[in-house]
Design a protein around this ligand. Structure first.
Ligand code: RUQ
Ligand code: CUA
Length: 634
């Protein structure tokens, strides 16, 4: 009896120690249970939202579920990804071009009437000046546009307009233009130029092309967003380095108390091009806003700003000042009045600067290091605080007189984050009807939030419930590096396909019947048309010679959900993956003799291991032992 009693005490103490040990017990037992249940998605149940988050210089987009925060999919975009065969077949190889990496920062879901329409997701590449389109029908990358001409450092992007007419992009870096021209960085202010680009999106196909560009002084354009409602047709970007410094930016670009943000009338830009007011550089119509007034204005924003986010009503625009303990709230109606009445406080390089006092509604003392602001559509804003490591909730205007006089009064709540939050995302914040409910803080430094896996500490993001008056920290999860911005889409607002229907396969090299398959030769061009089906390839032998150009088309003829087959070719650096109903093609220059087995990489059936075949490569002139197998195999 006594022994049992001691055992119980020991057990209680042990569990208390485990609980209290390294973690802080700031969360009470009851809250722990409630929070766990809030993010718990039981086996067999599904998440309510997709979280699409940027994978930074991994070049990929990651999909997690909310509220579980489980990583459920990786969408390769700017880097090869053997798991889905991306970057190995002809089509994706061609999309990647000469690059094997990109730096994804800001995903944007397509919109119709300022609401997510579930068609596409666009992402920017900060590194190689590109924009990619992911189709939400198959969650795959279908187009990579770029490098965009006259544009270097595509960071301030991809900001989508309210009906997905354009993806708007701003340059982080400035260079002498056109690209390829060399000037001395000492002549930065005179010789270097920044650029804002409008990437036109075809409404039927989603196909992107460069529409027009607006030449700017060499400020470093930063984050931005697009207008809606009253600010429909406008877009906004902050900038740092209004000083136009070209070295030691840490010091030299933080001299002025205020930097200039861009206020762009993109409809006016579109019209200026239609009216023939643009010049052409590198094939793109370019507007010089000094010669075409009404397209670009500047507005001063507190020291080294970062995010600039339009609220769901389209009336308020909030900019975060990294080196100022406040966000600046601009009133679009006042911007419009200042534009119309020419309430300027001088100009910068010939571009009018709107008078700060005439357009600002107030500065909100949200804390230190405000970066980005998101909205719940119920009148509240949430700002990420890099230095303070928290999220601050505050009340949007309209404010009463007391609040206007002392904006401390509109700061309502703070929740600590771990650590140094960069972006945050509220579900649907950039639409006119946010879903609200969930906020994800994407933290820049994890500093020991996970068990130690060595010096490279895994990143972490935190799920916060914003449905109540006070924010509630619910869960924390690993996020793939390097998370920047994200978008949250209600699962029911997308309609992904389960297979590629056979009737929609328009690939001229698709084969569906055994009689259509085979290997043919024309000179040194050898073409194999192969069927993949549980659990074999047809044909399962391809004969060729050293020096041949081999083209292999593989069609997965399955029409059953999740019946994926792969095609891994040994020692030839080939990994393609074919979804049900899909045809994929790869090319190979055969340089060495030998017998190279190929096999299915995706577990497809009990006899998946048996799904294999041979590529037989003889030296040129050596007759095939099987007689004619290299010209026709049925
Ligand atoms: S930036 S942490 Cu690349 Cu989006 Cu703000
Ligand atoms: Cu097909 Cu495994």
């Amino acid at each position: 009896m006594r022994t049992f009693f001691n055992y119980l005490i020991a057990l209680t103490m042990a569990s208390a120690l485990v609980g209290c040990g390294k973690q802080s017990r700031s969360t009470s037992e009851g809250d722990r249970t409630a929070n766990a249940l809030a993010s718990y998605v039981a086996p067999g149940e599904k998440d309510e939202y997709y979280l699409f988050y940027s994978g930074g210089h991994s070049g990929q987009v990651f999909v997690a579920g909310i509220p579980s925060m489980r990583h459920i999919s990786t969408i390769p975009v700017f880097a090869p990804y053997p798991a889905t065969g991306y970057g190995f077949d002809d089509e994706s190889k061609k999309m990647l071009g000469e690059f094997t990496w990109g730096d994804v920062h800001h995903p944007a879901l397509s919109q119709t009437d300022s609401k997510y329409d579930g068609r596409w997701l666009f992402v920017n590449d900060n590194a190689n000046n590109r924009i990619a389109r992911i189709d939400l029908r198959d969650f795959k990358t279908h187009q990579i546009l770029g490098p965009i001409p006259n544009s270097i450092g595509n960071h301030g992007s991809s900001f989508i307009t309210e009906n997905s007419e354009y993806i708007l992009c701003g340059t982080r870096f400035s260079v002498p233009l056109p690209k390829g021209r060399v000037a001395d960085p000492n002549d930065y202010a005179k010789e270097f130029k920044g650029m804002l680009s409008g990437i036109k999106v075809d409404q039927q196909t989603g196909e992107m092309k460069v529409g027009w560009q607006i030449l700017t002084p060499p400020f470093d354009w930063d984050l931005g967003s697009t207008g809606k409602g009253p600010s429909s047709g406008w877009a906004f970007w902050t900038s740092y380095n209004t000083e136009m410094a070209h070295d030691t930016l840490e010091v030299n670009s933080t001299q002025k108390d205020r930097d200039l943000a861009a206020v762009v009338n993109w409809r006016a830009a579109e019209k200026a091009v239609a009216d023939g007011k643009a010049k052409t550089m590198d094939g793109v119509p370019i507007i010089d806003p000094v010669e075409v007034p009404g397209v670009l204005y500047f507005v001063p924003i507190g020291k080294s700003p970062h995010g600039m986010d339009v609220d769901p009503s389209g009336k308020w625009i909030v900019a975060g000042g990294k080196l100022q303990p406040a966000t600046t709230v601009l009133n679009f109606e006042k911007i419009q009045a200042a534009v119309n009445n020419k309430t300027f406080e001088g100009d910068a390089n010939g571009i009018p600067i709107l008078k700060y006092e005439s357009v600002v509604e107030g500065e909100v003392p949200v804390g230190l290091g405000p970066l980005h602001t998101q909205y719940d559509g119920k009148g509240f804003a949430y700002t990420s605080m890099f230095i303070d490591s928290n999220i601050t909730k505050w009340k949007m205007p309209p404010w009463n007189d007391a609040e206007k006089k002392d904006t401390n009064k509109v700061v309502l709540d703070k929740v600590p984050c771990h650590f140094s939050t960069g972006h945050l995302v509220v579900a649907g914040s950039d639409t006119k009807n946010p879903y609200g409910k969930w906020l994800v803080a994407m933290n820049k430094l994890s500093a020991g939030r996970h068990v130690n896996v060595g010096p490279s500490q895994p990143e972490s993001s935190q799920l916060i419930d914003i449905s109540g008056e006070k924010m509630k920290m619910i869960a924390e999860a690993y996020t793939e590096p390097e998370p920047h911005f994200a978008q949250i889409l209600k699962v029911t607002d997308a309609q992904p396909a389960e297979v590629y229907p056979k009737a929609e396969n328009k690939d001229p090299d698709a084969v569906w019947e055994k009689t259509e398959t085979g290997v043919t030769r024309n000179g040194n061009q050898v073409v194999a048309k192969v069927i993949a089906i549980r659990s074999r390839y047809n044909p399962d032998r391809i004969d060729a010679q050293v020096g041949d150009d081999l083209t292999v088309h593989v069609t997965n003829v399955e029409q059953t959900r999740d019946m994926i087959h792969g095609f891994g070719l040994i020692e030839q650096n080939v990994s393609i993956v074919i979804d049900p109903g899909e045809t994929k093609t790869f090319h190979l220059k055969l340089t060495k003799p030998g017998v190279f087995p190929f096999y299915c990489t995706n577990f497809c059936s009990a006899l998946h291991q048996e799904m294999q075949g041979y590529l037989v490569v003889r030296n040129a002139g050596e007759a095939p032992a099987t007689g004619g197998a290299s010209t026709a195999q049925k």
